[in-house]
Design a protein around this ligand. Structure first.
Ligand SMILES: Nc1ncnc2c1ncn2[C@@H]1O[C@H](COP(=O)(O)OP(=O)(O)OP(=O)(O)O)[C@@H](O)[C@H]1O
Ligand SMILES: [Mg+2]
Length: 435
C-alpha cells in the first residue's frame, strides 16, 4: 500500500509508537536526566497524548483499542518520569537546600540514606581529554586492583585524591568513570547533603557510610565520592557552628582511618576516597593535607573539545569536514565540558526544529522522507503533519547548526577564575603529598 493511501489512524498509531520510542530512549532509566531538555520532553509528551486521544476517540476496532490502551499506560508511565525531570531542581545544591528547608520546618533533618551506591557503566573513554587526571587516577585506583602484588611493603595504594577545577569540566563524570574502570561500587555523596542531615546523626551516618564502603570486598574497591567538598571543609572559623566543627573533626578521623587501615583494618584500605571542589583555596589546610594527590581538572584543550562534541553527538551523523571542524573549534575557546555538551545538544535539535516549518520534502529510496531545497528535482510541497511520523528522517548535522548554537553559548568560566586555579596549582595543587 502506498504511504499516502494508508488509513490515517494507522499513521497516527505509528507516529505515537515512534514518539514513545523517542521518549523511552531519551529518558532511559532516568539515571542521566540532567542532560535532557524539560521543554522538549514536555512537548514530546504533549504530542504523544494528543495523538493518542485523537486515536482513541476515532477508533472502534476492539483489538486496536486494546493496543492503544497499552500504549497509553506506557505513555503515562513515561509521563511520570518526565514530570519528575521537569520538576527536579538542579542537582545536589538545590536538593540539599530543599532538604535543609524541610529540616528547619520539622525541627530536625531527614533520615534518608546519605547515598545510593551503584555500579557505574562509564569508562575513561567516556570522558574527553583529562589524560593526566586519568593517569593519576588509574595509578591510584585501577593499578592496585589489577596488580595487587605490586602494592606491598612500603608501596601502598593512594586512598585519598582531590579533584579540583572549574565547574563543568567533568569531575563528577571522571569519578563515575574511575569506579566503572575499577569495577568498584560508587558511593556518591555531596558535602551539602552531609551537612543537612539530622543533627547528631550525621557522624553516625558518615561512619556507616565509610564502613559500608569498606565492607564492599573482595569484589573490588569502593569509590566514595564526596562532591562539593568545600561546602563542608572550609577553613575553620570562630563563628562556625559546633555541629559543623564536630563533623569536620569526625571526617578528618575517618580520612586518617583510610590511610592507616584504621579501625577498619585491611577492609578500610579497600576504600578509595575521591573528593571534588570548585574552590580548593577555601579548603581547610587540615583537609587539603590529607589528600595524597590533588589533581587539577582543567578546561578541555582543542583535541578534547572535539572528542567531547563527538561523545555528546552519540553517533548522530554529521557532514562536518576537517575544515568545518577547524572553523567550529576556532569559536569554542574557553568553553567547559558542560558548555560544549550544551552546545552539542542545541546543535542536535536544529534539524528537528526545521521539520516543523519545512514545506519542501523529498522521498528517499527506502520510503522515508527528508526536508530538501525547493529546487531539488524530487521536491514536493507538504508539511510535516502530512508525512507519517515514523518515516520522517532528519538531515545530517552541519557546521551552521553548531555556529548557530555558538551564538547562544558563551564560556561559563572567567579568565580571572582560570588564573586563580593556575595560581593554586603552582602553590598547593597537584603536588603529591603523603599527608
Ligand atoms: N571531559 C568531559 N568529557 C565528557 N563530558 C564532559 C566532560 N566534561 C564535562 N562533560 C559534560 O558536562 C556535564 C557536566 O560534567 P560534570 O558534572 O562531570 O562536571 P563537574 O566538573 O563535576 O562540574 P561541577 O564542578 O559543577 O560539579 C556533563 O553532562 C558531562 O557529560
Ligand atoms: Mg560535579
Amino acid at each position: 500500500m502506498a504511504e499516502k493511501d494508508r488509513p490515517r489512524s494507522e499513521y497516527d498509531y505509528q507516529e505515537a509508537l515512534a514518539c514513545l520510542e523517542c521518549i523511552q530512549q531519551l529518558v532511559g532509566d532516568g539515571s542521566d536526566v540532567a542532560r535532557l531538555d524539560p521543554l522538549l520532553m514536555t512537548s514530546f509528551y504533549e504530542r504523544l497524548t494528543t495523538n493518542l486521544a485523537r486515536l482513541r476517540a476515532a477508533e472502534q476496532h476492539p483489538p486496536f483499542r486494546e493496543s492503544l490502551q497499552a500504549l497509553l499506560d506506557e505513555c503515562q508511565h513515561q509521563q511520570a518520569k518526565i514530570l519528575r525531570i521537569c520538576r527536579r531542581p538542579p542537582p545536589a545544591k538545590a536538593a540539599s537546600a530543599a532538604r535543609k528547608d524541610a529540616a528547619v520546618r520539622d525541627g530536625g533533618g531527614d533520615r534518608r540514606p546519605l547515598t545510593a551506591p551503584h555500579r557505574s557503566r562509564l569508562r575513561f573513554s567516556d570522558v574527553a581529554g583529562l589524560e593526566e587526571a586519568k593517569a593519576s587516577l588509574a595509578e591510584a585506583v585501577i593499578m592496585p586492583v589489577q596488580f595487587p602484588h605490586l602494592f606491598t611493603g612500603g608501596r601502598r595504594p593512594w586512598t585519598r585524591v582531590l579533584l579540583y577545577g572549574p565547574p563543568g569540566t567533568g569531575k563528577s563524570r571522571l569519578a563515575a568513570a574511575v569506579a566503572g574502570e575499577a569495577g568498584a561500587e560508587l558511593f556518591p555523596v555531596s558535602a551539602a547533603d552531609l551537612l543537612s542531615s539530622y543533627v547528631g546523626e550525621t557522624e553516625k551516618a558518615m561512619s556507616d557510610l565509610f564502613a559500608r564502603a569498606a565492607s564492599r570486598q573482595p569484589a573490588g574497591r569502593a569509590v566514595l565520592f564526596v562532591d562539593e567538598l568545600d561546602g563542608l571543609c572550609r577553613v575553620r572559623s570562630g563563628r562556625e557552628e559546633e555541629h559543623t566543627r564536630r563533623l569536620k573533626t569526625h571526617l578528618l578521623q575517618l580520612m586518617d582511618g583510610l590511610l592507616s587501615g584504621g579501625s577498619g583494618g585491611a577492609a578500610a584500605a579497600t576504600t578509595f576516597l575521591l573528593a571534588a571542589t570548585n574552590c580548593p583555596w577555601d579548603l581547610d589546610p587540615a583537609f587539603l593535607r590529607r589528600f595524597q594527590r590533588r589533581v587539577y581538572v582543567p578546561l578541555p584543550d582543542r583535541a578534547a573539545q572535539r572528542r567531547l562534541i563527538e561523545l555528546h553527538l552519540g553517533g548522530t551523523a554529521t557532514s562536518l569536514s576537517e575544515l568545518d571542524w577547524q572553523q567550529l573549534l576556532a569559536g569554542t575557546d574557553g568553553l567547559s565540558g558542560s558548555d560544549l555538551a550544551e552546545l552539542t545538544q542545541h546543535a542536535l535539535y536544529q534539524p528537528l526544529r526545521e521539520l516543523e516549518t519545512a514545506t519542501s520534502w523529498r522521498r528517499l529510496g527506502d520510503g522515508q522522507f527528508m526536508v530538501c531545497e525547493p529546487s531539488h528535482p524530487d521536491a514536493f510541497t507538504c508539511s510535516v503533519s502530512d508525512i507519517p511520523f515514523h518515516a520522517v528522517v532528519a538531515r545530517d548535522l552541519q557546521l551552521s547548526d553548531f555556529l548557530g548554537a555558538l551564538r547562544t553559548t558563551g564560556p561559563s568560566v572567567s579568565q580571572e577564575m582560570l588564573r586563580r586555579y593556575e595560581e593554586f596549582s603552582k602553590g598547593r595543587g597537584s603536588a603529591t603529598s603523603l599527608g
